[in-house]
Design a binder for this molecule. Sequence first.
Ligand code: ZN
Length: 274
Amino acid sequence: MPKPLIITVAVTGAETTREQCPGLPITPEEIADDAARAFEAGASILHLHVRRDDGSPTQDKDIFAKAIELVRAKCPILIEVTTGGAAGMPDEERLQPVSLKPEMASLDCGSCNFGDEVLLNSLPQMRAYGKLMREHGVKPSFECFDLGHINNAKMMIDEGFADPPFHFSFVMGVPGALPATIKNLRFMVEDIPEDCLWTCIAIGGKASTLLHPEAIALGGHVRVGFEDNIYLGKGSIASSNADLVAKVAGMAKAAGRDLANVDEARKQLGIRAL
Ligand code: ZN
């Protein structure tokens, strides 16, 4: 019997705009309100990016601190900050939120094309990120955008940058990286070490519709939210992140899989309560 499903909600991201998605939360206040609604709908992890007031992406530590403070005041959802930031940001900028000691942080496990841009993550960069996360007691989520990235994550594990249970995030459907197919998802799952957790991140509505039920059936976990996909159904834009979370919660129910609350997610991830 698979363990209860952990739903991560990625409410904002770095690229989605208000023009594309009117319900996109931008300010720390809006992010906290939206995270609380997503928590009520069944999410147990918040994947957090922040923006400046004009909507542009930033890794500014003060804005992250404000968002984290407001989220924590509203709900006990686990917080995973991004260290991917936006394409082209230097390491010092990307790493800023790690020192705020959130429960988790994403750690990009390699380089790849990202639409018209390029994500650059060399092995020395990955080690520096892993070292800082370890120093601050932050659990890395190994973000793999391509098959070879799993090998890099295994290297990080072998070199002692994380404690078990290890958590992988498979990002599928980024233009220029691994296509979002069931065959590719199964291949990724087979390639990671045993007893790891993994979360499926499907980019776009079509990829989400295809891969979320498969991830639930395979015993994996699911991330949703406006960072990854703005569509609730074909041609219909979700009005809030909570609606996207509720959709996945409904899929889990239909598949007979329980949802993880925050305590259960902490237990599965090996993260102690604050
Ligand atoms: Zn992100």
